[in-house]
Design a protein around this ligand. Structure first.
Ligand code: CTP
Length: 394
């Protein structure tokens, strides 16, 4: 899809710079023509020879060239997209104020191309108010931020700040070139695990992190859809998503049902509690009162209500299973969904809280497709590909 498109890859001085070589390779595999610009610090982590060998062209490292008097303007004007990966806190701050003292930041300033920024730094630096503000400034410039992920950082620390995987960054770059195939579509995504209060301090909940639903919402926006995310978890930072935050199954049901008539597609990724306490105490239940008996009643079946809407949207349901996924086929049928995404939440690397997921698609006609372990973003892309196919099928 990125065939023949001109991509400038900016590399700054972080340990993730070694992954930029993979990114250059991935972009070229997708047909892009890649030119690299590096800061001095980046060269402490990877040599120019690596990028020269991969791209076939010497990286630009200096504001002054032997043959070209102004390499940064030549490169900036040549670029159709600039992607900076990894982007250190220092480079982000320079970009935020339009500072152009090195070849990389000068190239950005000398370009009208869209800019993709993939930050990588220690958690403390990422969380610092100065960085938060600078990142917001970049979003204000219209730059696309590929959020860092949790993982092992330089020196063995663990936390948020690891550069996103090259494939995710390549997808983001590619999305800028590809026609937004979901433009004009209204989609609703539910996410997170509902909390059913027992008393003011306790609730019945589940381990859903909302990450799968967030990825589904983000990919839909990237593909041009109008997205409403009804979530019981932390929403993504993507500002183009309309977010309604809820806590309980009842609140989620109300938010979903009131907006469903305007939707073309509903993806129900939320882990909705099936039962809630019949009554909620207005004050904390005390230990001295003895072991409480909590009577449970059913919560509304949100998906069922969506299914009964006329005309009904395309419905994607989720099935959180533990162990075998064999029940998924009958569940898909019972729920009347067009696609059921089943996963074994007890399996390593799959389900609640993890960055990855291993899923089985069960379609409305009973056909099944199994996938290997993928990032949740890749799963989201596969879901939308499948939905778009369903829309064009007779
Ligand atoms: N769901 C819903 N409303 C509920 C419970 C679940 O809309 N009260 C939706 C979920 O968002 C999901 C699908 O139904 O898309 C399946 O959820 P799951 O909990 O796997 O199915 P259940 O019917 O609750 O079956 P189980 O007995 O396996 O829990």
């Amino acid at each position: 899809m990125a065939g023949g498109r001109r991509v400038v890859l900016g590399v700054t001085g972080g340990v993730a710079a070694y992954k930029s070589a993979y990114l250059a390779r991935r972009l070229m595999e997708r047909g892009a023509i890649v030119r690299v610009v590096m800061t001095e610090a980046a060269q402490q982590f990877v040599g120019t020879a690596t990028f020269a060998a991969i791209t076939g062209t010497e990286p630009v490292t200096c504001l002054f060239g032997d043959e070209d008097v102004s390499p940064h303007t030549t490169l900036g004007q040549w670029a159709e997209v600039i992607v900076i990966a990894p982007a250190t806190a220092s480079t982000i701050s320079k970009l935020a104020v339009g500072e152009s003292s090195n070849a990389l930041t000068a190239t950005v300033l000398a370009s009208r191309a869209p800019v993709v920024v993939a930050p990588a730094m220690h958690t403390e630096m990422w969380d610092h108010p100065a960085t938060r503000r600078n990142v917001e400034t970049l979003r204000g410039h219209g730059y696309t931020i590929v959020e860092p992920e949790p993982g092992i950082l330089a020196g063995g620390d663990v936390g948020i700040g690891r550069m996103a995987e090259p494939v995710t960054i390549a997808d983001t770059v590619e999305a800028l070139f590809s026609a937004p195939d979901m433009a004009g579509l209204n989609v609703m995504v539910t996410a997170g695990g509902t909390r059913e209060p027992i008393d003011p301090v306790r609730y019945i909940g589940n381990r859903s992190s909302g990450k799968m639903g967030n990825a589904i919402a983000e990919v839909a926006v990237a593909r041009g859809a109008k997205v409403l995310l009804v979530t019981a978890a932390e929403p993504p930072e993507e500002t183009a998503i309309e977010v309604v935050t809820v806590e309980t199954a009842d609140e989620m049901a109300e938010a979903v049902w009131s907006r469903i008539p305007e939707m073309d597609v509903a993806v129900m990724a939320a882990a909705v509690a099936d039962f809630k306490p019949l009554t909620t105490g207005s004050s904390k239940i005390r230990r001295a009162e003895g072991i409480p008996e909590i009577e449970l009643v059913e919560t509304p079946d949100i998906l069922k209500g969506v299914h009964e809407t006329e005309p009904r949207p395309i419905i994607v349901g989720f099935a959180a299973e533990t162990g075998s996924l064999d029940a998924a086929v009958s569940k898909a049928k019972a729920k009347g969904v067009d696609l059921l995404v089943a996963n074994d939440v007890a399996k390593e690397g799959s389900g609640f809280g993890s960055e990855t997921n291993e899923v089985r698609f069960v379609f409305g006609d009973g056909s099944v497709r199994d996938f290997d372990l993928m990032s949740k973003r890749e799963v989201a892309s596969e879901i939308w590909d499948a939905v778009m196919n369903l829309r064009t099928e007779p």
